[in-house]
Design a binder for this molecule. Structure first.
Ligand SMILES: *[C@@H]1O[C@H](CO)[C@@H](O)[C@H](O)[C@H]1NC(C)=O
Ligand SMILES: *[C@@H]1O[C@H](CO)[C@@H](O)[C@H](O)[C@H]1NC(C)=O
Ligand SMILES: *[C@@H]1O[C@H](CO)[C@@H](O)[C@H](O)[C@H]1NC(C)=O
Ligand SMILES: *[C@@H]1O[C@H](CO)[C@@H](O)[C@H](O)[C@H]1NC(C)=O
Ligand SMILES: *[C@@H]1O[C@H](CO)[C@@H](O)[C@H](O)[C@H]1NC(C)=O
Ligand SMILES: *[C@@H]1O[C@H](CO)[C@@H](O)[C@H](O)[C@H]1NC(C)=O
Length: 422
């Protein structure tokens, strides 16, 4: 009797398994996947009310959000942009540079002697070898030499986004405490993955938005892998310029355009990079304490830095690009927080100013000054590499020069809050 029951049970089990297999083979257009990535995207979709359909590129000049939204909704066929142009990706800084940066970033904020500038500016990633043949369409298509003559940013910038992913910002941002926009390069898939698996988890909160901002990739293969990554995670914003060091300022401009178009009601925006560790709980309390602030950029303030006039320098700034001997105070690029109310003006003004590839100087210095935005120093923005101790972590919002495999270590230390700090 018992064995009969067992046989019967096995038969039922077998049938169930068979029908499951049959179902998965014949009834789903997408393969069934049981890995954590898929779990992640499901979580996202549950929190967002919009469908996860792929949004199409829009060919637009500078237009208002509503018009864009209409066109996106109506567009049917995506025309992936030309990718036969090659460009350069920023490479991660080597050890020597890192030491310089550590040293330089620990200089006092209120005065930087001219010789420091050369070192500190190296905090920006260095471009790899240039291997490119680019049609002379844009004013900086010669790799940037032309820029020294002074070119309006609007002449370099193509408005719109190849990958808008507008569902990243529900209700135009009204329900978000803040948006974290992480500047990333197409080749940095590992850095993005490490962030998603560590501090990027806060994207699951309904009141926090997060996304990676990428320029165009230099090969069709990379372009399609970015598209797949976007389809899978829905957290990529694709801009319309070749991703390169000289184009970093275009990336920030594109970020501003995206927020202006799709997230204009967000209260704060953190602009950061994919080699950063961000202490989100600390950022939450930081913005909560500053909810009344208007027209402000918070970060690590760099005061009285001078443009480098040496033509051979990678950081050369001609007088046509910027005439005064000293830059306006600016917040350093690895991480800064802006109030949402200034994004539209920053974007519009940036387009009508002479392009500088030093994105932090340009955006948070020159442009911010022109529209009278306050820049406020906050010690929590370390923007440099520090010893990864839990107490250091707890004090800071942003730590720079974190390799993707180090994100896990930092994340674990932040979560494991047993140790008491003085
Ligand atoms: C999860 O599945 C996707 C799609 O098949 C794949 O690209 C990705 O590498 C997988 N991730 C893991 C962690 O297995
Ligand atoms: C989704 O959107 C519909 C229509 O806009 C709305 O009625 C509904 O309440 C929304 N659901 C959620 C969970 O936000
Ligand atoms: C929207 O689409 C119309 C018709 O296709 C086009 O004329 C217009 O320029 C588009 N506007 C934007 C902002 O893309
Ligand atoms: C898109 O659809 C909306 C609503 O149906 C309509 O008002 C708008 O004119 C359309 N836009 C274009 C470019 O066709
Ligand atoms: C920057 O982007 C523009 C526009 O896509 C492109 O023409 C130019 O070649 C890029 N610059 C570099 C150095 O790749
Ligand atoms: C751009 O700036 C110039 C002055 O620098 C001003 O005359 C012009 O109106 C501005 N254009 C726009 C579109 O804001």
């Amino acid at each position: 009797m018992a064995s009969k029951t067992r046989v019967f049970h096995s038969l039922i089990l077998g049938l169930v398994v068979l029908s499951l297999i049959f179902y998965s083979v014949y009834n789903t257009s997408e393969p069934i996947q049981f890995n954590s990535s898929v779990y992640y995207i499901k979580q996202r979709d549950e929190r967002s009310n919009t469908s996860s359909s792929v949004f199409k590129p829009i060919s637009s000049a500078i237009v208002g959000p509503t018009e864009k939204l209409n066109n996106i909704t109506n567009n049917s066929v995506s025309s992936s942009s030309a990718v036969d142009k090659a460009a350069v990706e920023p490479s991660s800084a080597d050890k020597a540079v890192q030491e310089l940066v550590d040293k330089a970033a620990s200089e006092p904020v209120d005065k930087a002697p001219p010789e420091v500038v050369d070192k500190v500016v190296q905090e920006l990633p260095r471009p790899a070898q240039v291997v490119q043949v680019i049609p002379p369409r844009k004013a900086n298509s010669d790799g940037g030499k032309n820029l020294a003559k002074g070119v309006l940013t609007s002449r370099l910038y193509d408005a719109g986004h190849d990958i808008p992913n507008i569902e990243l910002c529900p209700d135009l941002g009204a329900s978000l405490q803040f948006l974290v926009l992480i500047m990333s390069a197409p080749t940095h898939a590992e850095a993005r993955m490490a962030i998603r698996q560590t501090w990027g988890h806060y994207a699951q909160r309904k009141d926090i938005g997060m996304s990676f901002v990428l320029g165009r990739a230099k090969t069709p293969e990379l372009t399609s892998s970015i598209q797949s990554e976007s389809d899978l995670y829905g957290d990529i914003i694709g801009s319309r310029f070749m991703d390169s060091y000289d184009n970093l300022t275009l990336k920030t401009t594109s970020m501003m355009e995206w927020v202006d178009s799709y997230c204009p009601k967000v209260k704060f925006i953190l602009k950061t990079d994919d080699d950063m560790f961000i202490n989100i709980p600390k950022l939450i309390s930081f913005v909560e304490a500053r909810s009344k602030f208007k027209r402000t950029i918070f970060g690590r303030l760099a005061k009285k830095w001078r443009p480098i006039r040496k033509v051979s320098s990678k950081y050369y700034v001609s007088t046509q690009q910027y005439a005064p001997p000293v830059f306006p105070d600016f917040t350093t690029g690895p991480a800064y927080l802006l109030t949402g109310d200034i994004v539209h003006e920053l974007y519009v003004k940036a387009l009508n100013m002479t392009y500088l590839k030093l994105e932090d100087v340009f955006t948070t210095g020159v442009v911010a000054q022109a529209i009278k935005v306050k820049r406020v120093h906050a010690n929590e923005f370390l923007n440099k590499r520090i010893a990864f101790s839990m107490c250091n972590l707890k004090k800071s919002i942003s730590i720079h020069m974190v390799k993707y495999h180090e994100q896990f270590d930092l994340w674990k230390k932040l979560l494991d809050g047993r140790q008491k700090c003085g």
